[in-house]
Design a protein around this ligand. Structure first.
Ligand code: PAF
Length: 284
């Protein structure tokens, strides 16, 4: 497996593979790889001939008071994990390589959706994500790109971008990977103390309780949201948002739920650590 830091070198390398008729899968990450990322790399290795894992802590998707400086960086361990799961190339550019003129003047945005849910608490986050993902697509020209469903709003916005701007890439969603305890894997879990980690299990417990109530016929948005919120509050968490939204438009639901595919999206804090999670409510 090769570690490449220059855009030009990556382009040249991938051009050779493409000429040989090989397909390319891209797994965009910010590093600190865990089993969740491994499942994305596995999915790419199963589908594409060549898997590129990008490792880039993208500065333009972090707000001023967020964790850009303390975000875990460990390229060596990341390379080992990626290699073990069949990646051919790690693309690990510097911020200067990706943004030679500093913060860009040109962004990819989705004005209505970028300011909902996570976006309403993290202004500028999704335009930073869409812009770097668009750059990665144009640098790698992948046939497939793999994203985890934990970042539900992110993958939805990326799919919208690909449709709207006609990027010739197939987006593959990969289901959330959870610890046995139910906690969704995230690079930010390592910020949690032992007690916070235990308390954070209430997120998945609440989501499961709401899903069972939904499957048993409960259709009140207030009641279902409360089933998610209460366990988090009882376990010393604070809720940033819990919303039930349409899976096809991300429109927020109020009142009484009708017959459509829905997902519960949430963000909650345990201590200073912000965690996100979601669960689809099946049966339409
Ligand atoms: O999900 C992430 O890790 C990041 O938002 C992504 C997609 C790699 C863009 O920086």
């Amino acid at each position: 497996m090769k570690i490449i830091k220059s855009i030009q070198e990556l382009r040249d390398t991938l051009k050779t593979f493409r000429r040989e008729g090989k397909t390319i899968g891209l797994v965009p990450t910010m590093g600190a790889l865990h089993r969740g990322h491994a499942s994305l790399i596995d999915a790419s290795s199963a589908r594409a001939d060549i898997t590129v894992v990008s490792v880039f802590v993208n500065p333009i998707q972090f707000g001023k008071n967020e964790d850009l400086d303390k975000y875990p960086r460990r390229l060596e361990a990341d390379s080992e994990l990626a290699n073990a799961h069949g990646a051919s190339i790690i693309f690990a550019p510097t911020a200067e390589e990706m943004y030679p003129n500093g913060e860009p003047e040109t962004y990819v945005r989705n004005k209505p959706l970028e300011s909902l849910y996570c976006g309403s608490y993290r202004p500028g986050h999704f335009r930073g994500v869409l812009t770097v993902v668009a750059k990665l697509f144009l640098i790698c020209l992948p046939d497939f790109a793999f994203f985890g469903e934990k970042d539900y709003q992110q993958v939805f916005l990326i799919e919208e971008m690909v449709r709207t701007l006609n990027f010739p890439v197939e987006i593959v969603r990969v289901p959330i990977v959870r610890e046995e305890s139910g906690l969704a894997l995230s690079s930010r879990n390592e910020y949690l103390s032992e007690e916070e980690r235990k308390n954070a299990l209430s997120i998945h417990q609440g989501l499961l309780a709401a899903k069972s109530a939904y499957l048993a016929g409960e259709r009140s948005v207030t009641k279902l949201r409360n089933l998610v919120i209460q366990p988090i509050l009882l376990n010393r968490g604070s809720v940033q948002y819990v919303e039930i939204v349409s899976t096809s438009t991300l429109e927020k639901k109020v009142g009484h739920l009708g017959n459509e595919k829905l997902v519960i999206l949430l963000a909650a804090f345990f201590g200073k650590t912000r965690l996100i999670d979601n669960i689809e409510l099946e049966m339409v």
